[in-house]
Design a protein around this ligand. Sequence first.
Ligand SMILES: Cc1cc2nc3c(=O)[nH]c(=O)nc-3n(C[C@H](O)[C@H](O)[C@H](O)COP(=O)(O)OP(=O)(O)OC[C@H]3O[C@@H](n4cnc5c(N)ncnc54)[C@H](O)[C@@H]3O)c2cc1C
Length: 415
Amino acid sequence: MNPSNRKVTVIGAGVIGMATAVHLQRDGHDVTVIDRDAPGQGCSFGNAGILAPSYCVPMSSPGTAWHVPGWLLDPLGPLSIRWRDFPSLIPWFLRFLRAGTASRAEASSKILRDLHINCLTDFQDLFASIGAADLIKPSGCLYAYESQKSLAAHAADWDLSKRRGVRLEMLDGNALHEMEPGLAPSYVAGVFLPDDGQVTSPLAIVEALADHFCNNGGTILRANIQDMDVGTDGPRCLNTDTGSHDLDIVVIAAGAFSGSFAKRLGSPVPLVGERGYHITLPEPGVTVRTPVMHGEGKYVLTPMEMGLRIAGTAEFAALDAPTKYDRARVLLKHVRRMLPGVNTDGYSEWMGHRPTLPDGLPVIAQSPNFPTTFFAFGHSHAGLMGSVITGRTIADLVAMRTPALDVAPFRVNRF
Ligand SMILES: Cc1cc2nc3c(=O)[nH]c(=O)nc-3n(C[C@H](O)[C@H](O)[C@H](O)COP(=O)(O)OP(=O)(O)OC[C@H]3O[C@@H](n4cnc5c(N)ncnc54)[C@H](O)[C@@H]3O)c2cc1C
């Protein structure tokens, strides 16, 4: 196939789809993005905005299984399951636990570090080139602990980070409160990651990519894709609620909803929609200078242009289960405890489906079945930070260039 000037369709206008579309457009392709919503209204709308070159501790690691019962029993804990949906999720959880052996977690941490190590500079370069440099802040990221015991419980994670070459500074209580004076006195220790950063609005990131893409001749179609016609040579046409759309090259970047497309294309994957929540406080009345991660609770406070966002928690349920905002309100309780005197008036709440595979790695790949089909999904907790490298790598694969990133760990048929 001629690798340049192709007609490329990207399914999904989240941060992954839009970053991919911009890179494909820069290679001279005629690119169309299709989404049932406006750009950035899926999971990419409400994330915590963290760009973490330091991100290398896999979700499943040797200690994870021991924490799970305690997390599930704690109504304020970081994990919950809708028990009605649990039977169908058992195979996923078994794979998740298998991914957490010492040797597999060590291997995953290297892959995660290589994937994210340049994410902040990649964002700075890309957004400077599209006139939106002010959306990116090299803020660092702070982890705060309420006891030496809870810091010690995470010592293995910090050792792993150090082995991966992550720069970090251990802080005592005084240094922690000097950095974030608004934190409750009960916080006694911290870890600062100076090389991390943040975006000031996850939605504005996707919108800036979409504006740049459209201003340069790209097309975004609003349509709900209901089915795909697949011939012996590959996918031929999308059937949508607004008509059909012929395909030449297609990139599946539909986030947590990518599983049905992958299956239709002969590459089934164990993808779940891992629910995460946020609340955003428009006028918190307490200053938070850097993103602050609660060391145990797995939620993060990020100062953003629209206020203070508190994001996190993991809830496992069927993709189409109704949204319940109890988990978001747990975050409200946490922030009141963490920042005494915080003003929560006028808060908004949100839920998004993280596209999560049991080994915690995304799929960034060409289809083994059809050379005209590419996959870019499954970025789980790290899709914002992984978006630029994913877009660049998919553009390389479409152009038949050898990507700088080793794509072997991200193949679609690894399960
Ligand atoms: C609470 C929370 C905090 C997070 N914090 C961070 C963070 O700090 N840093 C970080 O890097 N990541 C973070 N993430 C993860 C990150 O947000 C996701 O990994 C990322 O947004 C996934 O992007 P995506 O483009 O793959 O999916 P999405 O943004 O969900 O985009 C997929 C798009 O596909 C469209 N689509 C799906 N099916 C169809 C169809 N049939 N027809 C038409 N359109 C369709 C959807 O409408 C959607 O717009 C967080 C996630 C959550 C939930």
